[in-house]
Design a protein around this ligand. Structure first.
Ligand SMILES: *Cc1c(COP(=O)(O)O)cnc(C)c1O
Length: 485
């Protein structure tokens, strides 16, 4: 049968990727070792191919796509840093990998110790008092956090509070979460410096507001400078403060959200704490809360007996319930713990310092060629605008496609919404000065091409395995079995 798959096309009858020692037995004699019921009636349709060709096939496939182990990936807000392989190695140890989430506590004490230790270090990093490791992604953490907010108000008999204040520079998942939880959004505008002025919050605060969600640093890559005043306004009005902490990469060892008035926050362990991500893979949106909200966290809660052993406590009458069928994505938790322990407190602070330094260095390097709508010191990322290029017929999408020709992934495009033709650039701390300089040179060249050789940009990419895709069908009706190139 003609199977349209590249590796099958490479197949040659009788070719093998292995050789077995000569046993002096005939094929039939060998087959006799296999009971009848396990024998095939016809040969399996497998490619017949040498080992080196198998390697080439799969390595070839892996480099057709862009990924962090192949090239620079400055996708803003996604923190596409290099993920040390030691994290995978530890998560892949049999003791972790083969553990079933419903194993009895008696055989899970090692894994539960990691669970507890990770909760402790996350509390230390963030300044919160308790952490749930159940949520499986950032948006899932937001969902959990707002459920906690609702449970808190309901338990206080405060049924009117159904509104959430959200800045116009918030991450897109924030308003989506508000809606999915059944609340409604009140939007507040950031000022000319890209931050939220306390007066804007005071104006909309009322006894119908359940709380405020702030992304910090916000999606412009700018640190919200008025958190304390804003938290005071919201708390005085009876609301709670939620921080979207997905982008903690600029904050570690420098700023602790739990210390300045935030009551709830989610982390994205698959961003800051170095789990490979993209393509919707497993993640962790751990949620931290202050002491008075700990009783609402998802159950079961990990507890420790006097003899030091761990167990799960299901008797949590105020809990919002489970948000994960087990205890979260454990492999991601092990990776985060390994990452944190291998760097230590000082190392994490250095990560943040270098993430901020790299972003500011790159911002200064590319601002000559593109508009910079908010000109201030940035945190882990910054936003430039392709408006200047748009006027001469080059869209931001074209610039992003052209970047692929140089082996660079696109920045996040057209977000945040408050910047026209936005390109959100996050280099992360793991890139060298040479890589940053290379990116700046490429961005300069594309800006020049836009003026002198416009088609080169508007018809890009030119040297990728596939050219421009219908992105909606590519995502919805992907054909992952065959690539005819
Ligand atoms: C990535 C991100 C999220 C969403 O996280 P997911 O794991 O993709 O659900 C939320 N907020 C911010 C600021 C983010 O960068």
């Amino acid at each position: 049968m003609d199977r349209p798959n590249l590796i099958y096309q490479k197949s040659k009858s009788g070719r093998k990727g292995y050789s077995l020692p000569d046993t002096k037995l005939s094929e039939n004699e060998i087959l006799n070792f296999i009971p009848d019921k396990f024998r095939r009636s016809s040969d399996a349709e497998l490619p017949e191919i040498a080992e080196n060709e198998v390697m080439r096939h799969f390595v070839g496939l892996s480099i057709k796509n862009h990924h962090i182990d192949k090239g620079f990936y400055p996708l803003g807000s996604c923190t596409m840093k290099y993920n040390p392989k030691v994290n995978d190695k530890v998560a892949g140890m049999n003791g972790f990998k083969l553990q079933h989430p419903l194993s009895p506590n008696a055989v899970s004490q090692g894994s539960l110790t990691i669970y507890r230790e990770l909760q402790k270090v996350l509390c230390e990093i963030s300044g919160f008092d308790a952490v749930s490791l159940q949520p499986a992604a950032g948006a899932h953490g937001e969902f959990t956090g707002l459920q906690i907010m609702r449970a808190y108000h309901l338990e206080n008999g405060d049924k009117k509070r159904t509104k959430i204040i959200i800045p116009d520079s918030a991450h897109g998942t924030n308003p989506a979460t508000v809606t999915s939880v059944g609340f409604t959004t009140i939007q507040v505008k950031s000022n000319e410096h890209g931050v939220i002025p306390p007066e804007a919050v005071a104006e909309v605060m009322s006894d119908e507001v359940a709380g405020m969600m702030m992304t910090n640093p916000n999606t412009l890559g700018i640190f919200e400078t008025h958190i304390k005043e804003i938290a005071e306004i919201v708390h005085k009005g009876g609301g709670l403060m939620y921080m979207d902490g997905a982008n903690l990469n600029a904050n570690m060892g420098i700023f602790r959200p739990g210390d300045v008035g935030f009551d709830i926050m989610h982390f994205n362990l698959h961003k800051t704490f170095s789990t490979p991500h993209g393509g919707g893979g497993p993640g962790s949106g751990a949620v931290g809360v202050i002491e008075k909200l700990a009783k609402y966290l998802p159950f079961p809660i990990l507890q420790q007996r006097d003899d030091g052993t761990f167990y799960f406590d299901y008797d949590r009458p105020s809990s919002i319930g489970r948000v994960h069928s087990y205890h979260g994505n454990f492999g991601v938790l092990v990776r985060a713990y390994t990452y944190i322990r291998s760097l230590g407190g000082k190392g994490l602070r250095e990560v943040s310092e270098n993430a901020v330094l790299n972003a500011n260095y790159l911002k200064e390097s590319v601002r000559k060629y593109y508009d910079l709508p908010y000109d201030s010191i940035c945190m882990h990322e910054f936003v430039i605008s392709g408006s200047k290029q748009k006027q001469i017929g080059v869209k931001t999408l074209d610039i992003s496609k052209r970047l692929l020709d140089f082996g660079v992934h696109s920045p996040t495009n057209y977000f945040p919404l408050i910047v026209p033709e936005a390109m959100m650039i996050e280099p992360t701390e793991t890139e060298s000065k040479e890589t940053l300089d290379y990116f700046a040179e490429v961005m300069a060249q594309i800006a020049k091409e836009a003026e002198t050789d416009i088609e080169q940009v508007t018809t890009a990419p030119h040297n990728t395995p596939v050219r421009r895709l219908d992105e909606v069908s590519a995502a919805r009706n992907g054909d992952v079995a065959y690539l005819d190139v």
